[in-house]
Design a protein around this ligand. Structure first.
Ligand SMILES: [Zn+2]
Length: 248
């Protein structure tokens, strides 16, 4: 932010507890550790590149359902052979990671992705149902949630089960009426990354536009305005369906 006419930059650190080096091997990060690093580095960039007048509007000070876009979009690079084969080289032979291994990592990540998708949606719908009641609910909790989650039901109901009473996230975890944000962030990051896929994953112009229109702006404008400024259109669910292996 600007203070006494000076551009004040934040100090941001990414602190992790990744695999340590041993006596005989250097620190060899797992695939998950690499994607975690990319994710957190995206949050860090959101803060570092912020260019707003007031600190309270800077970086990650955005609506909760928008805050994971800058971080999650970074994870997409870890699924690109072009990028992986450049940085993921064997520590002894210097061989780049084999392409078919990358294919297997992606396929394994999409295992049961249809079920995972509707399950996540059902949580969001149950959350929203509880937080939009405007008169007393005169039915059993289990019945209430069964109706809320009905549209996504894939397997027969297990008698006596009830998840609402154990759903800490939506009652004391800060995700009240916002649980959908997890899936929504995926819609956004897949759709935003689609522009990189079209223009090239190392395309500087696209990266600069992402920086200018999203990373620099923090919470100074409505997220959808920022998004459209970068993407040229509102997000579509198609890129996420494709990335999840649910659509060709
Ligand atoms: Zn995050």
């Amino acid at each position: 932010h600007v203070e006494n006419g000076m551009d004040v930059r934040p100090h941001i650190s990414v602190v992790t507890n990744f695999t340590r080096p041993t006596a005989s091997k250097p620190a060899l990060l797992t695939y998950n550790e690499v994607t975690t690093f990319l994710h957190e580095f995206g949050h860090a960039l959101h803060g570092m590149l912020s260019r707003v007048t007031y600190g309270a509007m800077a970086g990650t000070s955005v609506y909760r359902d928008f805050v994971e876009l800058p971080s999650q979009i970074m994870e997409n690079w870890a699924r690109q052979k072009e990028w992986l084969q450049d940085i993921a080289t064997h520590y002894q032979t210097d061989e780049p990671i084999p392409g078919d291994m990358v294919d297997k990592i992606i396929a394994a990540g999409n295992f049961q992705s249809g079920y995972a998708t509707v399950r996540q949606l059902s949580f969001g719908m149950n959350d929203m149902a509880w937080h939009t009641i405007n008169e007393p609910v005169n039915k059993e909790v289990a019945q209430f949630e069964k109706e809320a989650m009905e549209p996504t039901e894939l397997f027969p109901d297990v008698e006596g089960s009830c998840m609402s009473t154990a759903f800490g996230h939506i009652f004391d975890g800060g995700y009240a009426a916002g649980y959908y944000g997890y899936k929504w962030a995926e819609v956004l990051d897949a759709d935003a990354f689609e522009l990189f896929r079209q223009n090239g994953i190392f395309n500087r112009e696209t990266a600069n536009s992402f920086r200018k229109n999203i990373l620099e702006r923090g919470g100074t404008k409505d997220p959808m305005e920022l998004y459209v400024a970068f993407r040229g259109q509102e997000p579509s669910i198609e890129p996420l369906l494709e990335r999840s292996g649910l659509k060709e």
